[in-house]
Design a protein around this ligand. Structure first.
Ligand SMILES: C[S@@+](CC[C@H](N)C(=O)[O-])C[C@H]1O[C@@H](n2cnc3c(N)ncnc32)[C@H](O)[C@@H]1O
Length: 247
């Protein structure tokens, strides 16, 4: 049983079009180079592989990739791109589902650790990554830094996108460490109608993730601000972190 919200067929069918820019070669190039180098001659496992935005091109680069994905609708979109023998996907919860074989790399990108809404489940997700790693293997997470510096007392929401077709803002429960992302998206042009969607996320600071990694027997090896390897600073809005399972 997971606290994650289940991604629907409608969301899955829209995902690739909505993430076209994030799926472009220009954006994905540094991500794929980073992950391929860490996978080395071994196999990679993507937690929450979705429609294969990252996993499919990584496989095309020659890295054997497997995936775990909660939503069969998201996995069905991936399956239109690549067959099960080339890229096997297990339907299940990334905090508990076990797939066969050992991996040199487990990765979880695009803020998706936050889809696990409790600390216990996030810890279990780290443990599950460690369970799949060969000695010396790495767990990589891409995650935004919680934008709380943008939330002064008395303000209830932080906008993250105000553009022609999309208005997005986050609201926060600072006690439960949960944020809700609100999206108002215009599908057509000027009919004045917006599609409204919300998603819940448990945000976590890098230091909390390091503690989860330690609980799972992993050690922080590297933390950078982005896939291009730029330095992580106090002004960074996201991070790419690498933990290693001792050899
Ligand atoms: C933002 S998408 C990311 C998909 C893909 N990794 C990418 O980068 O495009 C989040 C994905 O996480 C999946 N997901 C959410 N909770 C999950 C869980 N507990 N276990 C496995 N997958 C989960 C969703 O179904 C969805 O496919």
């Amino acid at each position: 049983m997971t606290s994650s919200e289940l991604w629907t067929r409608a969301t899955a069918d829209r995902y690739d079009a909505e993430e076209a820019e994030a799926s472009s070669a220009a954006v994905l190039g540094p991500t794929l180079a980073f992950l391929a180098e860490l996978a080395g001659d071994g196999r990679a496992l993507e937690f929450a592989i979705g429609t294969g935005r990252v996993g499919v091109p990584l496989r095309e680069r020659g890295v054997p990739v497997a995936g775990i994905e909660l939503s069969e609708h998201m996995a069905a979109v991936l399956r239109r791109k690549v067959d099960e023998r080339t890229l096997p996907v297990a339907i299940g919860d990334m905090a508990s589902t076990v797939v066969p074989g050992g991996f040199t790399l487990v990765y979880l990108v695009y803020n998706t650790i936050t889809n696990l809404l409790t600390q216990d489940e996030q810890v279990e997700c780290f443990r599950n990554a460690a369970r799949h790693l060969e000695p010396g293997g790495r767990f990589v997470i891409e995650l935004g830094v919680p934008p709380l510096r943008l939330l002064p007392p008395g303000q209830v929401a932080v906008p993250f996108d105000v553009s022609r077709h999309h208005l997005g803002f986050d609201t926060f429960d600072l006690v439960e460490q949960v944020l809700v992302s609100h999206h108002f998206t215009r599908d057509g042009d000027d009919d004045g109608r917006y599609r409204r969607e919300n998603s819940r996320h448990r945000y976590a600071w890098p230091a909390e993730l390091d503690l989860m990694a330690r609980i799972a027997g992993l050690q922080l090896e590297r933390r950078v601000a982005d896939w291009d390897g730029s330095a992580f600073t106090q002004d960074s809005t996201k991070h790419v972190s690498v933990w290693r399972k001792p050899a």
